[in-house]
Design a protein around this ligand. Structure first.
Ligand SMILES: NC(=O)c1ccc[n+]([C@@H]2O[C@H](COP(=O)([O-])OP(=O)(O)OC[C@H]3O[C@@H](n4cnc5c(N)ncnc54)[C@H](OP(=O)(O)O)[C@@H]3O)[C@@H](O)[C@H]2O)c1
Length: 237
């Protein structure tokens, strides 16, 4: 197989990006993992025997440079996983939140994915079965019974609203790309143990969270686009 996949936000061995890269490599993909810190991502790439590139998704220059490099080296892209995400404002309250924090959160969690899609869609169009997966969260939906937008347990207002917006981006890009080969979907990996101790609060193994992302990467050519899934099951917005 000669399929090229890029994953953003791969700076930690415990993270979903690392595990997604590991599972994609097992499936035979040529994987490029990326992170802001080149030393971190190259160490991880060495472990996985995949490629590493420096990438800050908030920086136009960094994103466009990577697109040029991928174009020169491979001439196409098959899979884009927008996994970079942060600003988990646990315990936050919208009325007291610093709006600079909100702008920074949007710059990474929403515009990061948007920049990547804008920079790479022409390379994705050159693939036979191109896929974009936006790694979202139940915190950005109304349907999630625990972390959802309207539930009192969901005290991550800024993070939740950025993921809500990311889901909106998924729908709008899918609408524009109707008729193209590119399938774009949002995926909630579920509450996943990517930080030590979270398994004590019910987080599931990272292998399971990543499987949810792999599902959306490997959907068939007549599969869905512009939708929101966890474990291959539709989630309500
Ligand atoms: N774990 C869960 O329960 C869960 C549930 C739902 C959704 N998610 C989503 O899953 C994704 C991965 O999360 P994770 O749990 O695996 O945690 P993580 O390892 O902290 O992953 C987030 C990654 O995003 C990177 N990042 C932040 N800002 C960036 C930027 N400007 N440019 C490039 N990379 C940047 C971080 O890199 P640095 O080290 O440079 O900060 C980090 O590698 C996130 O989008 C998260 O919202 C996670």
């Amino acid at each position: 197989m000669n399929k090229i996949a890029i994953i953003t936000g791969v700076s930690r061995e415990m993270g979903l990006g690392y595990e997604t890269a590991r599972q994609l490599k097992e499936l035979g993909f040529k994987v490029i993992i990326t992170a802001r810190d080149f030393d971190k991502v190259s160490n991880l790439a060495e472990q996985l025997k995949v490629m590493a590139k420096q990438l800050d998704v908030t920086n136009d220059h960094s994103v466009n440079n990577l697109a040029k490099e991928v174009e020169n080296e491979f001439g196409k892209l098959d899979v884009l996983v927008n996994n970079a995400g942060a600003f988990f404002d646990q315990g936050g309250e919208p009325l007291s939140t610093d709006l600079q924090f909100v702008k920074d959160a949007f710059d990474t969690n929403l515009l990061g994915a948007w920049r990547m899609i804008k920079a790479f869609h022409h390379l994705l169009e050159k693939s036979d079965s191109p896929r974009i997966v936006n790694v979202s969260s139940g915190a950005g939906s109304f349907g999630d019974p625990v972390f959802g937008l309207a539930h009192h347990f969901s005290k991550v207002p800024v993070y939740g609203i950025t993921k809500l917006a990311l889901n909106g981006l998924t729908v709008k890009v899918a609408t524009q790309l109707k008729g193209s080969k590119i399938k774009i979907n949002s995926v909630d990996p579920g509450f996943t143990a990517t930080y030590p101790g979270t398994e004590n609060y019910g987080a599931r193994p990272v292998s399971e969270g990543a499987k949810s992302i792999i599902w959306a990467i490997t959907i068939p050519d007549d599969g869905p686009s512009g939708e929101f899934f966890r474990d291959g099951q539709t989630l309500s917005w």
